[in-house]
Write a protein that binds this ligand. Structure first.
Ligand SMILES: Cc1cc2nc3c(=O)[nH]c(=O)nc-3n(C[C@H](O)[C@H](O)[C@H](O)COP(=O)(O)OP(=O)(O)OC[C@H]3O[C@@H](n4cnc5c(N)ncnc54)[C@H](O)[C@@H]3O)c2cc1C
Length: 303
């Protein structure tokens, strides 16, 4: 569909103006990705539902992005409408030991808010650069925690704008897996239930996790975090390191010299560079160790 027709489809939606031909490299932690035909950043659930309704009525495909920290967007970009929620739906409501976060709240802010209230359980999330909506979708986790340990309810909307509350059981949490994946449901709010703790101990734990990240992960270069899922019984980074692939480079994409589980953008990397590097690494690790590596990073956009 032509841009002007697509834009016309959203006339009157308050989330306008829409960005046109917006480079996804501006919206991903990898700093890679071709243009989105249209991008909108709704500020509340009502605006989001209005966009979804118009997109459906006009058969315009919708792609949802949180903070873009677990995404590799292909070089041809994304057709249709990209809805970006990171930093947008950003309300925080406290009710005793429960906190309900709008899905665009960053994990850094969510864990700091919990600490401030003397509530323990969110410390693991302090250095994960996603939105809480994206973290629930991925069941993100680190060190001693993951989202499934703290989430009690997830508010979602479907493509028709219907709202539903999913319980923890209905979320079917697994390792980096939830019922949301492939469902088309969009998270608008997340309720976590935490335990009372000691503020000094909570802050010390968060500082320890942050320090461990800074010393071990290549945070100085753009990436999308761990490129591969942990294969049962192994660590992807260790296997890649043992295969002699630290520093292995294709174009601007490189296996980090600091942590072999990360692919970093050392400058001007394209999605094609990263995809080629992934294939090479998968083949070499399979040949050396007989283990299949599967990307944890989600690969989206026009092939
Ligand atoms: C340096 C670095 C370190 C990282 N460390 C960790 C780590 O320790 N542990 C870990 O688990 N991950 C880690 N990650 C990966 C990433 O931060 C997490 O997966 C994060 O939860 C993704 O959130 P996001 O908002 O950026 O989602 P995005 O990357 O924007 O999206 C990921 C998926 O979630 C979907 N999504 C996003 N928001 C919503 C929503 N509101 N409703 C429905 N679907 C939604 C998107 O459609 C997409 O399919 C790291 C990444 C980086 C760059």
């Amino acid at each position: 569909m032509a841009y002007d027709k697509m834009q016309e489809a959203f006339r009157g939606c308050t989330a306008r103006p829409l960005l046109i031909d917006e480079p996804m490299s501006r919206h991903t932690s990898f700093k890679i990705g071709g243009p989105a035909d249209l991008m909108a950043m709704p500020s509340d659930e009502g605006e989001l539902c209005a966009l979804l309704k118009r997109a459906k009525e006009n058969s315009i495909p919708v792609t949802l992005v949180g903070n873009g920290s677990n995404l590799l967007v292909r070089d041809k970009g994304i057709r249709g409408l990209v809805i970006k929620l990171g930093n947008m739906l950003n309300t925080i409501e406290v009710d005793a030991n429960s906190i309900t976060f709008g899905s665009g709240v960053s994990l850094a802010l969510a864990s700091k808010k919990a600490a401030e209230l003397g509530l323990t359980g969110m410390e693991f999330a302090v250095g994960i650069p996603g939105s809480i909506g994206g973290a629930v979708y991925m069941n993100a986790g680190a060190y001693d925690g993951e989202m499934s340990n703290v989430v009690t309810a997830v508010r979602v909307v479907d493509g028709d704008g219907n709202v539903k509350i999913l319980t923890k059981e209905e979320m079917c949490f697994g390792y980096r897996k939830t019922v949301l994946q492939g469902s088309g449901l969009i998270v608008t709010a997340v309720t976590v239930s935490l335990a009372e703790g000691n503020v000094t101990e909570i802050l010390a734990k968060m500082a320890d996790f942050s320090q461990r990240r800074t010393s071990k992960q290549p945070l100085e270069l753009p990436s999308a975090g761990s490129m591969f899922k942990r294969p049962p019984g192994y660590f992807a980074g260790t296997l890649i390191d043992q295969t002699g692939l630290k520093g292995y480079t294709v174009g601007g994409a490189q296996i980090s010299t600091k942590h072999a589980g990360f692919v970093v953008n050392i400058g001007g990397a394209t999605a094609a560079d990263v995809l080629r590097l992934i294939k090479d690494v998968q083949a070499k690790v399979k040949a050396a160790h007989g283990v299949e590596l599967h990307p944890e990073v989600l690969i989206i956009g026009e092939a």
